[in-house]
Design a protein. Structure first.
Length: 282
């Protein structure tokens, strides 16, 4: 059976214990904590998780323009590396194995210098952060975002190439079905080509809503993950149908929708997993 979690940031500013109660109620095993180390006290987080039988699956790094791992401004880049390191320290403190990294920030859809230079800068930043992460027993996973949100790494194969150039065993990639539906000719094919470099997965349907509300063939996704031997977390990152998902996360009138989507995702994925047969062992 798969391990299921939900990315906490989608619930906005609601108290962490409220989010964790929801996940426990619907049968999730973990939570992906929002990457804001200054807002989380590790001992309290560990206690809240233990009280509900949950674990921290991962830390979702959040990358607005001030957290830019590829920017030619050295001071801005150093601040971004410091941020990733602090996320790794949070991960170690709450026993989360993985931290998500995005090489160019959300909202920057063109280079400041040139793409080749910024790719080299991203590689250097990730190597420095990755070495720090290794000392903490944490893996960095590079996330490819679609072209409308950022520019440097949009496809899984680009993330794979960057991870290989970084050259550290604890710097790998993650697959996000929402972004892949926009950028990849075949989600399943891209997963198979990335193979065992995939260390984390985000799940949302083609419209970024819950599983079954769009057109992604999740049976093919789960089959491809099985074929490459993936045994990590399936982390839901769905959002209600709005024009700006990042503003949507701060709305407070969505509790009913989020309850509905949280329940739908795990129910539908478990049904798909069961239908794939007992040979599925994600």
């Amino acid at each position: 059976m798969a391990k299921y979690s939900v990315s906490q940031w989608i619930y906005g500013r609601e108290p962490l214990e409220h989010s964790l109660d929801r996940l426990a109620r619907y049968g999730y095993q973990g939570v992906e904590l929002a990457g804001e180390p200054g807002e989380l006290e590790p001992a309290r987080v560990r206690r809240l998780l233990a009280d509900r039988g949950l674990v921290a699956s991962s830390i979702c790094g959040l990358y607005p323009p001030k957290r830019d791992l590829s920017h030619p401004d050295g001071e801005l880049r150093r601040w971004a590396v410091h941020y990733v390191k602090s996320c790794c320290e949070l991960a170690a403190a709450v026993e989360a194995p993985t931290v998500i990294v995005v090489p160019s920030p959300v909202g920057r859809t063109a280079p400041v210098a040139d793409a080749r230079t910024e790719l080299e800068l991203a590689m250097e930043s990730l190597r420095e952060a990755g070495e720090h992460a290794a000392g903490l027993g944490v893996t960095l996973v590079i996330e490819a975002l679609n072209r409308f949100e950022t520019y440097l790494i949009n496809k899984l194969e680009q993330a794979v190439e960057l991870a290989r150039r970084v050259g550290l065993p604890n710097v790998a990639v993650m697959a996000d079905t929402f972004h892949m539906n926009i950028e990849e000719p075949s989600i399943a094919g891209s997963i198979r080509r990335a193979g065992d470099l995939i260390r984390h997965v985000h799940i949302a349907d083609s419209n970024r809503e819950s599983v079954g509300r769009g057109h992604i063939d999740f049976a093919e996704v789960l089959r491809a993950l099985r074929d490459v031997g993936y045994d990590g977390w399936l982390t839901m990152e769905f959002l209600p149908p709005v024009s700006n998902p990042y503003l949507a996360a701060d709305r407070q009138d969505r509790e009913g929708v989020m309850d509905l989507y949280t329940g739908e995702c795990i129910k539908r994925l478990r049904e798909i997993e069961a239908n794939l047969g007992k040979s599925v062992n994600l």
